[in-house]
Design a protein around this ligand. Structure first.
Ligand code: SAM
Length: 566
């Protein structure tokens, strides 16, 4: 078994990278509506679940989880039933925000208005939006109305038992919730709900955070929040986490921070990106068109602005000078042709529109979302966008979700009536393919094509994320684990000749397994940073996968030694 080297740690005054600095259960949490039937409402485990027979909305993995949640659910259950009786059939369950707020208030009532619980909730910063922030004010008003309906109260006075004083107090509560709510994720980072933790909410934001909030393990009686350092922290340094997706460019991040948290970020990343002549941010990078250069230039602003581009005197003349704007490669200083510049600008505009639409319709119209991602990702890559660039990285990640679904279906197809594992074994035996019927061969070849596409796409995602996020960032670590996992899937039809368009990547058979092992090892190292300890559930899964791949490789080596393997 491959053993990871243990780094030397001799300074007791430092929090070294990958240190868990806080482990704490949330004060309250609620699963998102689509996650309710998939995860236990108490411990978030994705096990076999049983539904509450009264409200038919909340699911538990065991009687002990149901019992542990009973003090809250006995209040929640009639509210859910009342809500369903008056809600449109398309929205029979209130959102996780409303359910989390309801749970917070019932806990306040149960613990008492002077309890530590209540004082900690009240101590959280509350940012009421300024009157100019119309959209945010509307969201808050909507949440407040829905909460009142959910609680079944008919006047603001009835809220005093929860420590909420009138309409102003209600708006304050909602503002406190939106300022401090943290997304609950699975151990592999899929968002599944929302939590409130006054302690974890104390961390301020940076787009280049030195710590992350993760949920490495579910299913042990309660959800646990873990805060882990992403680099060595010195005494006196402020611990900063990211409130928004840091793979987005500055403009998008700033907008999200202003809308939800009412502040303008001045972190080192935002400031450095603003500086004149600064390096090109990988989130907005286009590859230099000169063969072999490897440099980048910056994605032109939508509706080219003079800030981003310089006037090209070699192509500009006379009255057209101001219109002829262009940009340079930061490495070879090659001047980007204005035609190319506009081609990229158009591609990015289309990409942004299509990506927004794909994200919006991904659940209600997945076929359309799939088509958009499938068409737009090659368009942007063809225009020269780096895989780390927005929106190419987002399109690739969304496309990959659909491709993984297609892969699951294709592998099931070749599984037929037998377990897919035994079928794959048969296909992998040299010469066994001759015994397959034409239809079986076609299915196996199709599954192989999808699998290879999944590997190639994941490799591009990893490359993009690695240019943006520090080593050990959990998003990057999980993406690497996904790549290792895809590389270690048994190949349904490994006899694929190198293609003129995709080259020889990914390799097949033993070289593929060797690459899988290297990738899994790298991911394990990064998971142990980003999730702390053994890397949480994903880290343990990767450890098991490594053992399996090592086993397969040793069987292969044995076969080579005895003259039978490939
Ligand atoms: C979850 S709270 C963070 C803890 C809060 N500062 C406190 O003392 O309780 C989020 C709020 O903190 C402030 N905040 C967080 N990070 C910030 C930053 N980088 N710059 C300015 N304000 C920030 C904003 O007002 C934001 O809405």
């Amino acid at each position: 078994m491959t053993v990871l080297p243990v780094p030397k740690r001799s300074r007791p005054d430092l929090f070294y990278v990958g240190t868990t600095i806080l482990t704490v259960p949330p004060h309250v949490h609620a699963l998102s509506t689509p996650s309710l039937p998939a995860y236990c409402s108490r411990c978030s485990a994705a096990r076999e679940l049983k539904r509450c027979t009264k409200c038919r909305a909340v699911w538990y993995c065991s009687a002990s989880c149901q019992n542990a949640d009973w003090s809250l659910h006995k209040r929640e259950c009639p509210s859910l039933i009342r809500w369903a009786s008056s809600a449109p059939s398309s929205l029979p369950i209130p959102s996780d925000a409303i359910r989390c707020l309801g749970r917070t208030l019932w806990e306040i009532e149960a613990n008492g208005l002077t309890s530590i619980f209540t004082r900690e909730i009240a101590s959280m910063q509350s940012n009421r939006p300024p009157p100019t922030a119309a959209t945010q004010t509307e969201t808050h008003a909507h949440l407040a109305h829905a909460l009142v309906r959910y609680l079944g109260v008919s006047s603001p006075e009835e809220l005093t038992k929860y420590g909420v004083q009138g309409v102003g107090g209600l708006v304050d509560l909602v503002a406190r919730f939106t300022t401090n709510a943290i997304t609950l994720t699975t151990p592999s980072l899929s968002p599944i709900g929302v939590i409130i933790s006054p302690l974890a909410a104390l961390f301020n934001h940076s787009c280049a955070p030195n710590a992350v909030i993760v949920f490495p393990t579910h299913g042990s009686s309660s959800v646990n929040i873990r805060v882990v350092t992403l680099r060595d922290l010195h005494p006196g340094e402020e611990v900063l986490t990211a409130y928004v997706d840091t793979t987005l460019p500055r403009r998008e991040r700033q907008q999200a921070l202003r809308e939800t948290y009412n502040f303008t970020c001045t972190c080192e990343l935002c400031v450095s990106e603003e500086k004149e002549g600064g390096e090109v941010d990988p989130r907005e990078a286009v590859l230099c068109p000169r063969a072999g250069c490897g440099g980048v230039w910056r994605v032109p602003e939508q509706g080219p602005s003079d800030d981003d581009m310089e006037v090209d005197s070699s192509v500009a003349n006379g009255s057209q000078a101001a219109a002829q704007v262009t940009s340079r490669c930061t490495k070879c200083k090659h001047l980007i042709n204005p035609v190319k510049l506009h081609e990229v600008s158009d591609a990015v505009r289309l990409g942004l529109e299509g990506y927004g639409e794909a994200v919006r319709v991904q659940n209600e119209d997945p076929a359309r979302a799939y088509k958009l991602t499938k068409n737009l990702a090659p368009l942007l890559a063809g225009a020269g966008l780096a895989p780390s660039s927005h929106p190419l990285l987002g399109l690739l990640r969304l496309y990959q979700q659909f491709e993984l679904d297609r892969l699951g279906q294709a592998l099931n197809e070749i599984g037929g009536g037998r377990s897919s594992e035994s079928n794959v074994e048969e296909l992998r035996t040299p010469g066994a393919e001759k015994t397959l019927g034409e239809e079986e061969k076609a299915h196996a070849k199709e599954a192989q094509e999808i699998l290879d596409d999944v590997v190639r796409t994941q490799a591009r995602i990893v490359r993009g994320l690695s240019d943006i996020l520090v080593e050990g960032h959990p998003v990057r670590a999980v993406a690497l684990a996904e790549l290792g996992k895809a590389l270690s899937v048994d190949e349904p039809w490994p006899e694929v000749p190198p293609s003129p368009t995709t080259g020889s990547f990914p390799p097949h058979l033993a070289p593929r397994l060797q690459l899988a092992l290297q990738t899994l090892l790298r991911s394990k190292r990064e998971l142990e940073i980003g999730f702390g300890g053994d890397g949480g559930e994903v880290g343990r899964d990767v450890g098991e996968m490594m053992r399996r791949v090592e086993g397969e490789l040793s069987v292969w080596r044995e076969g080579v030694r005895s003259g039978g393997g490939r």
